[in-house]
Design a protein around this ligand. Structure first.
Ligand code: FAD
Length: 291
């Protein structure tokens, strides 16, 4: 099913993200984790794509399996950094053969040790979006950054570039993680003002281990509010307590979003079925509500 149909329904959706293994040795464990998340029957699941296409086969394999064995619609990520058109078309053909109809089109981060030409046929995600739309019958989404992309000169330019990406054919956007919902609400206001009208699905990252905070900030540059820092300071040293607090903080963010009219929620469940299940259980009655 196309994602535009799932997120277009008058229902609250809760979806989860998993990542494929970097090496084939880890495949079985990762597949088990992804299937554990799929067994919760989320609205859909996204499967990330390793830097520079390093996980291409496994992304498609896992995304295909979630659909075939669990009936969970999948959204396969695809990056264009270091890729040429032939390679992208080959990836899209592979996805089609696996029954994947939804692609999150990304530029990707530029790997530090990359050898060769980094930008050949694609320079920005918008180039990839346009090419995927022209190539096949895919529902295409893209990424957005409520706190601004780290490479962007400023937020205004970042939003102008985002508008180009949407105009190229992006049907929905998923946000980078954020820990303060006001950042999302302000961003939404600014992009609507700029004429971006597609659904903007908030990406919620449950931080259930203290070490994740440092990594999250390093990767995304996102702001960590005082309230959340206090939680990590108090519970970070006790794994079970931190896990519980992290699930509750993420749930609290989601409840606030839904209370403010947001109906599609994506959770970076990081191959952790127990965390996905914890959040889903906390929202069990809320998820039954009609819009
Ligand atoms: P773009 O949309 O191309 O934007 C990147 C930068 O270029 C921005 O600063 C933008 O303002 C600027 N820009 C865009 N268009 C133009 C233009 N025409 N002229 C000048 N500047 C321009 N990475 C992975 O490797 N694998 C994944 O699976 C993955 N999944 C992700 C999922 C989500 C929801 C998010 C938020 C990020 C994900 N990433 C993933 C990370 C992403 O690849 C990086 O953040 C990357 O640096 C930017 O990708 P993008 O698609 O947002 O790029």
């Amino acid at each position: 099913m196309k994602l535009r149909e799932i997120i277009g329904k008058d229902e609250i959706t809760l979806s989860f993200e998993v990542f494929p293994p970097k090496t084939d040795t880890d495949y079985a464990a990762v597949e088990r984790a992804a299937c554990g998340v799929a067994a919760l029957h989320p609205s859909y699941m996204s499967v990330t794509y390793g830097a520079g296409g390093s996980t291409r086969g496994n992304t498609v394999k896992i995304a295909g399996k979630l659909q075939k064995d669990y009936g969970v619609t999948s959204l396969a990520h695809l990056t264009c950094v270091g890729a040429d058109r032939t390679g992208i078309y080959a990836a899209l053909d592979e996805m089609s053969r696996a029954g994947i109809e939804n692609v999150l089109a990304l530029r990707g981060d530029i790997p530090k040790d990359f050898q060769g030409e980094i930008f050949t046929d694609y320079k920005h995600a918008s180039d990839l979006v346009a090419d995927i739309k022209a190539y096949g019958d895919f529902c295409v989404g893209g990424a957005c950054y409520p706190e601004g992309h780290p490479d962007a000169a400023n937020k205004k330019e970042d939003i102008e570039n985002l508008k180009n990406k949407v105009d190229a054919g992006c049907e929905f956007l998923t946000t980078q993680m954020f820990f303060d919902n006001n950042i999302y609400y302000n961003f939404l206001y600014r992009i609507r003002e700029a004429g971006i009208t597609v659904p903007v699905i908030p990406g919620i990252m449950p931080i259930t281990r203290a070490v994740q905070v440092k990594n999250a900030v390093k990767l995304s540059g996102c702001n960590v509010p005082e309230r959340f820092r206090n939680i990590v300071d108090r519970f970070g040293g006790v794994p079970d307590a931190m896990k519980q607090a992290g699930i509750i903080y993420a749930t609290d963010q989601i409840i606030d979003l839904i209370a403010n009219g947001v109906k599609n929620i994506h959770v970076y469940s990081m191959n952790k079925p127990d965390i996905a299940e914890g959040i889903q259980k906390n929202l069990s009655e809320i998820l039954k509500l009609k819009i």
